[in-house]
Design a protein around this ligand. Sequence first.
Ligand code: FMN
Length: 300
Amino acid sequence: MNTKINLAGIEMKNPVTVASGTFGYGREFSQFFDLSKLGGIITKGTSLKPKSGNKPPRVCETSSGMLNSIGLQNPGVEYFAQNDLPFLKKFDTAIIVNACGSSVDEYVELCKILNTLDIDGVELNLSCPNVKEGCMAFGNTYEGVKEVTSQVRKVLDKPLIVKLTPNVTDIVSIAKAVEDAGADGVSLINTLLGMKIDIDKRKPALANKTGGLSGPAIKPVAVRMVYQVAKAVNVPILGMGGIVNGEDAIEFMLAGATAVSIGAGNFIDPYTSIKTIEGIEEYMKKYNVNDINEIIGDVP
Ligand SMILES: Cc1cc2nc3c(=O)[nH]c(=O)nc-3n(C[C@H](O)[C@H](O)[C@H](O)COP(=O)(O)O)c2cc1C
């Protein structure tokens, strides 16, 4: 059975990665399993300079999901390069850095540095709903995504995957803009903008008032978007949104994803990604699938 895939020029032993912001830089999860088992690790959103993020409370549970408004807390790219990357390089897995900025120049400066590091690719986060400026400000217009992607493309020789926000009217046109601007792949979906109210306190549950919804609650939206984008672009898709087992991952791949990411599922059970890899293999055995690539986009 072949489970190897190639995502935008990145070779992976299997299609399962862990989603940005739900796996830190891998240290905590390495206590539970060998990170080399993963197809790839997408790092926490990393910016040019350190960010302290939003005020707490920054997460809360919702029906079949969770809201977060972390606000891209991270130690900055220099700290990452000196401390986290050497740790991650001990494992035989693809390392993709999730890159975030608040202006085109900041994305470009960050990607110039990322281009010099020993990483397999960059996932450009144009989609975070929780920061006042940047990310989604670029991510929800055709011109915005095209501008950032094309400027970053000029300085980045490594595989470039652009992560899209679902908080748009027409996901297909945004994905096409990214493809036209030279991206090697697209990643979808980031979280859906949501809100929860604490009815006892009569206040929003999150200090930021709104946050990003993730987990099983968003899976049908994500599958629909992956399916629509897969039918419209020629670049590969990294699919995510509510995946918690092998069957969910297969659903995304049938919709057109070449690889998948596990996000909120990591908080439910630290072994979710490993169980998803096993679940994909079980499906392959059950349906005599010799090569996982056969099922990508195999839904009319
Ligand atoms: C706590 C938390 C932090 C996140 N941080 C980031 C981030 O830094 N960059 C990013 O691109 N996406 C971030 N995301 C979005 C996830 O990577 C993923 O796109 C989204 O949660 C949908 O997948 P899921 O339903 O499996 O969680 C974050 C999600 C959560 C729950």
